[in-house]
Design a protein around this ligand. Structure first.
Ligand code: NAD
Length: 255
């Protein structure tokens, strides 16, 4: 028996590190997974890999979730193909980071659009299906950046967007409770994914200091977050609602 047997899971950003890891894990636990990404080719390759290992996954795209019509089309197509929706994992994002003095209005808007707006576009499209289906689980992806400032890479726009993700999660939990919808979030620390790999490849980048000072002696891997998301999606977390789980190996609390 899988922990998600009989469940349909919509996961955004499945071409990338954590989204692809979650797609593999959720499918291995019995979920029927529907993914999407801006990068349709990689998202399809992940879906083929999952299907090839005996799981159930489809990926549509390219989908730009910052566009409300495109997000609604993806959710509508997914639900019509798989016949429902139990789990919505809002994982996709694209931030712009850098020194605050150099952040432009365009950087700010890009980050809000691709980190916070897309939570709204996807969730509003999924909401009526979850209500009609008698409930479900929403897992949003925030960040430790929503909990503390950062000097190693300045990231005001990213932190503000992810702070919004934390806040909307609580409001979704409030609005969803009477419909049987739980809403939770994860706040990953530094996780080695395509979003982070360029920094690791850069000799002398401050990110290497985090690696050496990490309480557990290693940075996080996509599976570290995917396993927490699996728990939140499963019935084991039936009484967890409106909470955020920081997945950073304790780094933001230990100095
Ligand atoms: N990697 C980290 O260190 C870290 C830390 C904290 C939080 N996070 C969060 O974890 C989540 C997953 O990040 P990741 O590290 O796996 O990143 P990633 O870049 O590997 O994957 C994100 C995916 O989202 C897709 N995407 C971005 N904007 C999109 C859009 N408008 N429409 C459709 N797809 C879009 C990208 O194409 C990419 O495939 C994100 O929400 C990120 O903010 C990551």
């Amino acid at each position: 028996m899988g922990r998600l047997d009989g469940k349909v899971a919509l996961i955004t950003g499945t071409a990338g590190g954590q989204g692809a890891a979650a797609a593999r894990l959720f499918a291995a636990e019995g979920a029927e997974v529907v993914g999407c990404d801006l990068d349709a080719e990689r998202a399809r390759a992940v879906a083929e890999e999952v299907s090839g290992s005996g799981g159930s996954m489809r990926a549509f795209g390219p989908v730009d979730l910052g566009d409300p019509a495109a997000a609604a089309d993806w959710v509508g197509e997914a639900v019509s193909v798989v016949g429902g929706l139990d789990i919505l994992y809002n994982n996709a994002s694209a931030p712009r980071v850098g020194p605050f003095a150099e952040v432009t209005w365009d950087d700010w808007r890009f980050t809000q659009r691709n980190e916070l707006d897309l939570i709204f576009t996807v969730t509003t499209a999924a909401w009526p299906h979850m209500v009609a289906g008698g409930g479900g689980v929403i897992i949003n992806t925030a960040s430790v950046s929503a909990h503390r400032g950062a000097t190693f890479i300045e990231q005001a726009a990213h932190g503000a967007a992810k702070g919004g993700v934390l806040a909307i999660t609580r409001h979704l939990a409030a609005s969803g409770a009477r419909h049987g919808i739980r809403a939770t979030s994860t706040s990953p620390g530094l996780i080695v994914t395509p979003q982070i790999e360029p920094f690791l490849d850069e000799r002398g980048h401050p990110v290497h200091e985090m690696l050496h000072s990490h309480p557990l002696g290693r940075l996080g891997q996509p599976d570290d977050v995917a396993r927490v998301a699996l728990f939140l999606a499963s019935d084991d977390a039936a009484y967890l609602n409106a909470v955020d789980i920081v997945v950073d190996g304790g780094q933001s609390l230990i100095s």
